[in-house]
Design a protein around this ligand. Structure first.
Ligand SMILES: [Zn+2]
Length: 98
């Protein structure tokens, strides 16, 4: 699991840049070295949304009755973990390539 590199110049994208792009609704990312525009590819978006749905559905369908506060805290922790992991899972496509 590693953060993507630029396909043209092998620039190692920064974790925070990718995280920021995800939080800004998958805003395109520009490679600072070769100025290529990248966007987070559809597969990464679907994977992220799918994982999020999985946890939402699981938390709704849960069979074991937990203390609601603990349950809520767990849900928040999972949610934050997913967001923090997202930059490692994200894959970039050159913007002019679709
Ligand atoms: Zn580059």
């Amino acid at each position: 699991m590693s953060i993507v590199k630029c396909k043209n110049c092998s620039y190692q994208f920064k974790y925070l840049n990718i995280l920021k792009s995800i939080l800004l609704c998958y805003k395109p990312i520009k490679c600072p070295e070769c100025k290529e525009d990248y966007k987070i590819n559809i597969l990464s978006r679907v994977t992220g949304a799918g994982m999020l749905n999985f946890f939402i559905v699981r938390s709704i369908e849960k069979k074991i009755e937990l203390n609601p506060i603990i349950d809520f805290a767990l849900y928040i922790i999972i949610f934050i973990s997913l967001i923090l992991l997202a930059p490692f899972l994200a894959r970039l496509d050159p913007e002019n390539n679709t």
